[in-house]
Design a protein around this ligand. Structure first.
Ligand SMILES: [Zn+2]
Length: 241
């Protein structure tokens, strides 16, 4: 029997990351806190900088791993692996070329990416507050438009709606069929014109004065948030999840 451990992804999606003296503690499974992994600030920073690459591998469901740190007993890696036809993101200590029990496995990548984004912001003292507020409001606006458009696109793609089938069971728009969800989420886009209108409305409702023109805000939002917002949207629309 092999002494190495093949981590089995947990079903739970709630993960906690806490800042500790040694760096960041990532609790993978709340019932097995002993398996939590603590990474240094440097490793955490490396992890946050890999967010887009991890997102791409997760989206395309391809196995991939990145070495975050070499240690005397092995290394710490971030990886994407496909298990039962689903991608998972892992942050784990490896030893002798195999993953160990120490670390975390995440199915809800959108949520984890959001935590990594937060880690980014902590470090990013160069960004001024107004600019950050613009992007924050822009991100909320962008997410709202994506959600609405994806809902409409689901209906357009739904065979049940097209054929006017009476049984709700035949409607991908209601049942959240994962392939229809993936197609719908991939199909939608946000035009600069509509974004500008909605951003202005959102700013007005909050009596907030934007520091930048909508087009710049949109570019920043797409660059920083498009990947994880779509991942989160796919997760929320899929019944399978
Ligand atoms: Zn339908």
């Amino acid at each position: 029997m092999s002494a190495t451990y093949q981590p089995r992804p947990a079903a739970s999606t709630t993960r906690a990351v806490t800042k500790v003296a040694e760096g960041y503690r990532i609790v993978g499974n709340p019932f097995k806190p002993a398996n939590a992994i603590t990474v240094s600030d440097t490793v955490w920073k490396k992890l946050t900088s890999l967010r887009n690459e991890i997102d791409a591998a997760f989206r395309d469901s391809v196995d991939k791993d990145w070495v975050l740190e070499k240690t005397s007993s092995g290394d710490v890696r971030a990886s994407v692996s496909v298990f039962n036809a689903r991608p998972y993101v892992h942050v784990r200590a490896w030893s002798g070329g195999f993953p160990t029990r120490n670390g975390t496995s995440v199915r809800n990548w959108g949520e984890f990416a959001e935590i990594l984004r937060g880690g980014d912001d902590d470090k990013d003292s160069g960004i001024d507050v107004d600019e950050d507020e613009d992007v924050k409001l822009g991100s909320e606006t962008y997410a709202a438009i994506l959600t609405e458009s994806a809902g409409a696109e689901m209906k357009r793609l739904c065979e049940g709606c097209v054929n006017d089938w009476p049984s709700q069971l035949d409607h991908a728009c209601i049942t959240g069929c994962p392939s229809t969800v993936a197609e719908a989420v991939a199909n939608v886009s946000v035009t600069p014109q509509y974004f500008a209108v909605r951003l202005a409305q959102a700013a007005m409702e909050r009596a907030y004065v934007l520091g930048r023109v909508p087009r710049e805000v949109l570019d920043a939002v797409i660059e920083r948030h498009d990947g994880h917002l779509r991942a989160t949207l796919r997760e929320s629309l899929s019944s399978d999840y």
